[in-house]
Design a binder for this molecule. Structure first.
Ligand code: FE2
Length: 190
């Protein structure tokens, strides 16, 4: 399939790529929602259906198909960084700040539309989701492949490390929950 062949050509040469090198390859790829079509998975009862479409030692690429009105949980990306390209629909995007030992606090929320490229910096905590009827389809490019992703549950005042095959939600399956971290409750707002 041409899309996967083009991905192989563009991303296989990348060794410890910078964020800019990833972005250059994404621009050359010119991915469309049609390209992502064969990899769109039903979200079922989760915030998104996820499909890994490419993985090397240095880069991983996924297609995500978002449920309507079910945001993912706030999360980091382990030690990885990269980009999220919106191929269809629009996403609410919330950024959080985090002090050690505390719960993330939202600091910025904006709507990102089709064509947007969201920079995912190392250590960044965010959440995404859509409330629109148009399906939200996103392409995610990370380096290195994500491992040790931390997912926050703000109501439970807890965080957990999830396995590599789990998305940004509190896992249902015990095997996907690698570690649980208790956090102190958020201070009351004044
Ligand atoms: Fe993310």
């Amino acid at each position: 399939m041409l899309f996967l062949t083009t991905i192989e050509k563009l991303f296989t040469p990348l060794v410890q790529p910078t964020s800019q090198e990833l972005l250059d390859a994404i621009h050359k790829l010119q991915a469309s929602v049609k390209d992502a079509g064969p990899f769109i998975r039903d979200p079922e009862n989760k915030p998104y259906g996820r499909k890994l479409i490419y993985k090397s030692a240095h880069v991983e690429i996924l297609v995500m198909h978002w449920a309507s009105a079910l945001d993912c949980s706030p999360h980091d990306h382990g030690q990885s960084y990269g980009w999220v390209q919106i191929l269809s629909g629009s996403s609410n995007h919330t950024l959080y700040k985090l002090r050690p030992g505390e719960l993330p606090v939202p600091v910025k929320e904006q709507v990102e539309n089709k064509g947007s490229l969201l920079n995912v910096g190392r250590g960044m905590i965010h959440k995404m989701g859509t409330h629109e009827k148009d399906p939200l389809i996103t392409l995610h490019v990370y380096s290195p492949p994500i491992s040790g992703m931390k997912v926050f549950d703000l109501e439970k005042c807890a965080a957990c490390i999830v396995s590599e095959d789990c998305g940004a939600w509190w896992p249902d399956e015990q095997r996907q929950l690698l570690q649980t971290i208790s956090l102190p409750p958020q201070p009351a707002k004044r």
